[in-house]
Design a protein around this ligand. Structure first.
Ligand code: PGA
Length: 248
């Protein structure tokens, strides 16, 4: 059985002192053996600091976004190769906050995933429907469209990605998808990946959206839920440690 993947998404939170305190609390609270993989997706300016704080922890370094371009005249952007220079192993692409507030299209997300793979970074491709889309019965069509764009561009490499299903209505709201709702969508995504690749069982499909210490075990017990993408609860060491324990 593949190891579960627990990814913390710090979003635009943290400062030098708070990062140090959080990672210290996580490291001192970890049991001797951790059965899952853990990554922290931190703001780019803190990559060097967090890389150094994580040395020897077994945690992988992650980023929250990257450029779709290789390099050059793209003021303000950070390339996949630059992230790789700092030991980044995972990078979120297409988080709903970037799709909603920064105009990211399915095509841009697919290109970012491609650039990440080209630099040896595993893209965590985020998909998910808004509340209006769910209420209109469009959940399946939306998540399949978002994933199809990534499959279209990345073809045979598709088994190298991670997918995160994050219903937009569950992000930061305290409303979690039920375990059955999450499993239902994960099964659809798995079937779509299987149609594209014989290696689809290797792809980790994470659930994200108000996952916390209380609901993690039930969500992570679903057959197609291979881990979690955790925002708010990843900023509180005891909560994040409980989620890591639930994934064991
Ligand atoms: P949340 O965020 O856990 O705070 O809902 C998840 C995410 O946006 O990745």
């Amino acid at each position: 059985m593949k190891k579960k993947l627990i990814a913390g998404n710090w979003k635009m939170n943290g400062c030098l002192s708070a990062n140090e305190a959080l990672i210290h609390a996580l490291r001192s609270g970890l049991p001797a053996t951790v059965a899952c993989q853990v990554t922290l997706c931190v703001p780019s300016v803190y990559l060097a600091q967090v890389q150094s704080l994580l040395t020897g922890s077994g945690f992988e370094l992650g980023a929250q976004d990257m450029s779709a371009y290789e390099g050059g005249a793209h003021t303000g952007e950070v390339s996949a190769a630059m992230l790789r220079d700092y030991g980044v192993r995972y990078c979120l692409v297409g988080h709903s906050e970037r799709r909603q507030h920064h105009g990211e299209t399915d095509a841009m997300v697919a290109l970012k995933a491609q650039r990440a793979l080209a630099c040896g970074i595993t893209p965590i491709v985020c998909v998910g429907e808004t509340l209006a889309e769910r209420e209109a019965g469009a959940t399946e069509a939306v998540v399949k469209r978002q994933l199809a764009a990534v499959i279209h561009v990345n073809g045979h490499c598709i088994s190298e990605i991670v997918v995160a299903y994050e219903p937009v209505w569950a992000i930061g709201t305290g409303k979690t998808a039920s375990a059955a709702q999450a499993q239902g969508v994960h099964a659809l995504l798995r079937a779509q990946l299987k149609a594209a690749s014989s290696q689809a069982d290797r792809v980790a499909i994470l659930y994200g959206g108000s996952m916390n210490a209380a609901n993690a075990a039930e969500l992570l017990a679903q057959p197609d839920v291979d881990g979690g993408l955790i925002g708010g609860a990843s900023l509180k060491a005891p909560d994040f440690l409980s989620i890591i324990a639930a994934a064991g």
